[in-house]
Design a protein around this ligand. Sequence first.
Ligand code: SF4
Length: 89
Amino acid sequence: MPTYQHFQEVKKAVPLPDREKIGVCLTCRYWQVEERRTEMLAPRLGVCVQPDLKAFGLIVSGSSACNQWAEKPGIAAEAKAYAEQGEDA
Ligand code: SF4
């Protein structure tokens, strides 16, 4: 399987479960990062504290994604723009 530049490319290429629910960590409320969410954080790493995933000790980048995603309130427009790059119409 190849690698990809952006999670939206993976969503298009791979038949993942609950595909329509998949969102990126950069805009997720469960990504435990205090810094302002901008595209600069896409390659940075942080911990996922989603209640059902916390036990796995997931360390994920801002560009990682999963189907347990939930939007962080007040997320920056720049972070949303990153999340929507290449999104299906
Ligand atoms: S792994 Fe999923 S639940 Fe955890 S921060 Fe990333 S998108 Fe959110």
